[in-house]
Write a new protein. Structure first.
Length: 541
């Protein structure tokens, strides 16, 4: 569950979880008093070009120490194993789904077979759409090759291979290989893995049972839980993520192997138990009919939309030029993350640019109530013998079995979550309860970040998220831009040049130098959103 960009600490770095001070404290920031009464930083000194509002964040201190340490083969092997396992599980789960389609057809359960085929087909369609969005400026050959990976179901393996080998982002693509892998996984979870898990649970609780169906259900549960855990942990341990947003990424204590493994295991079982409870509850409720289930899901999504709109955080952070397209993307992505959070409890969903810490924790706390309510609907329905006969149920769960199964899963998830909180870095517990807006998070990440490549990342976010701090960003950009152009650091590639807002650059000659290097690629990157706008307008007539 660890990505290849994981910062690896040296073995002599002590782990002090029990006595870890709070974020921003003098001890955590490594400050001590000099004889003259002035504070100095024992670990880092502010550069002359650092912003005066910048602070030394504890996560950055750990990242800096880890980044300069020798790579640990243990973490490297674990990273490679997790990526390979994720790809294998995705393919295995697809194989089980296809086997279940065959079995459903043989047993005349056409409805389940059709539903499973729809989930697989929808996953392929959305992945092909993403390939178009990602590669339509890279050339027809590249786009067709990527589409072939999707059609042949080898995309998970290809993405994992690219991440393992550190493949860099093309200048004319929307996201880097790691985020591409994450987005493909999110699509897989949303439209195939989670729905197929519910479909298989519905078959098990009401009509159809076999050894293959039980194995297929376990496979789906494990695949969803593993992918969910991988997305969260890989982002958290990534050196790049910790450098860009040290105020959010860093809860995994890499200084301790045992605690790191414990965090990974807990993240897996939190998702496994939550998905199991939700899938069983939804499957039991569906016996009464799909209306109750649809109303429940619709109500939860509506509450999330209202909360996001009321808090001013509904629009997604992608830097898209069209308001219409950004609104469409926001509706789709907010809906997707809400469903994934509901069924998996994925830790990444607590990100301020996604659901937010407070809403995430409230959602986790509300899950037992929802599961027990849906289970009670099943108990009430099956207590009426006439309705049971009319529904033609082959077998009926007893109330003790319903509440026992759901209750056991909820209890297991609760204690697993407590263990996860105990193992994580204490200073990041606040990320589960914050009400921070997307704008506040972006500027805080900018101020906490100590590397220029991390600070410039703020310009990849939509302008509305940082427009309030434009003067501060403009001053910092113009102070450092000359140095970047002269020294040409490795990170200052075509992609970074492309996201720099032209109107914030005072020196127009300098701007020409920036935009003059491989301008065709840069302009192609800028046209990513324009191409999408044209496509949406054609579809809309």
């Amino acid at each position: 569950m660890l990505s290849q960009t994981t910062p690896i600490p040296s073995s002599n770095v002590p782990f002090r979880a029990a006595s870890s001070p709070n974020i921003g404290s003098r001890e955590y920031c490594g400050l001590e008093k000099e004889e003259g009464g002035r504070e100095k930083n024992k670990r880092h000194s502010m550069s002359a070009k650092s912003h005066p509002s910048s602070k030394v964040h504890p996560a950055f201190l750990r990242v800096n120490t880890a980044a300069t340490a020798l790579k640990d083969s243990f973490y490297s092997n674990l990273a490679n194993a997790s990526l390979a396992a994720g790809a294998i599980l995705s393919v295995a789960d697809l194989a089980f789904d296809l086997a279940m389609v065959k079995e459903y057809m043989e047993n005349n359960k056409i409805g389940y077979a059709k539903a499973t085929i729809v989930t697989i087909s929808l996953n392929l369609i959305l992945q092909l759409f993403f390939v178009y969005v990602q590669y339509h400026n890279a050339g027809v050959v590249v786009m067709l090759k990527e589409a072939l990976f999707v059609i042949t179901f080898t995309k998970p393996g290809v993405d994992a291979y690219r991440v393992v080998n550190g493949t860099k982002q093309r200048a004319n693509t929307l996201v880097d290989p790691h985020n591409e892998m994450v987005l493909i996984r999110v699509l897989e979870l949303l439209v195939e893995c989670i729905p197929s898990t519910i479909i298989q649970a519905m078959a098990l609780v009401s009509e159809h049972y076999s050894t293959l169906s039980a194995l297929s259900l376990v496979s789906s549960l494990c695949t969803v839980a593993f992918i969910s855990a991988c997305i969260s942990i890989e982002k958290d341990v990534s050196e790049k993520s910790r450098a860009e947003s040290p105020n959010f990424y860093g809860l995994t204590p890499l200084e301790s192997r045992s605690r790191t493994i414990g965090i990974c295991i807990c993240a897996f079982f939190i998702s496994f138990f939550q998905l199991s409870a939700k899938a069983i509850a939804c499957a039991l409720c569906s016996v009464e009919g799909s209306t109750v289930l649809a109303v429940y899901i619709g109500a939860e999504v509506a509450i999330m939309f209202i909360y996001k709109i009321a808090s001013g955080n509904f629009m997604y952070w992608w830097s898209l030029s069209s308001r219409r397209l950004r609104l469409l993307a926001s509706v789709i992505l907010r809906f997707a993350m809400k469903i994934i959070m509901d069924f998996t409890g994925m830790m990444f969903c607590r990100h301020p640019l996604e659901m937010g810490g407070a809403f995430y924790s409230l959602n986790i706390a509300f899950t037992p109530v929802v599961c027990l309510f849906l289970g009670s609907r099943y108990v009430a329905f099956t207590s009426d013998k006439e309705r049971v006969e009319k529904a033609d149920l082959q077998f009926v769960w007893k109330p003790s079995e319903v509440y026992g199964a759901i209750g056991l899963l909820i209890i297991l998830q609760f204690f697993t979550f407590l263990l996860f909180v105990d193992l994580m870095m204490p200073s990041y517990k606040s990320t589960f309860m914050n009400f921070q807006s997307g704008s506040e998070f972006c500027i805080e990440s900018f101020r906490f970040a100590k590397k220029d490549f991390a600070k410039v990342k703020i310009f990849s976010k939509h302008r509305s998220l940082w427009i309030e701090y434009e003067n501060e960003l403009k001053k910092w950009l113009n102070e450092n831009l000359v140095v970047w152009v002269e020294n040409e650091p490795e990170w200052f590639d075509d992609h970074k040049r492309a996201i720099i807002p032209e109107d914030l650059v005072d020196d127009k000659e300098l701007l020409l130098k920036i935009k003059g290097k491989k301008v065709e690629k840069i302009q192609a990157l800028r046209r990513n959103s324009v191409g999408l706008v044209e496509m949406v307008e054609r579809v809309g007539g």
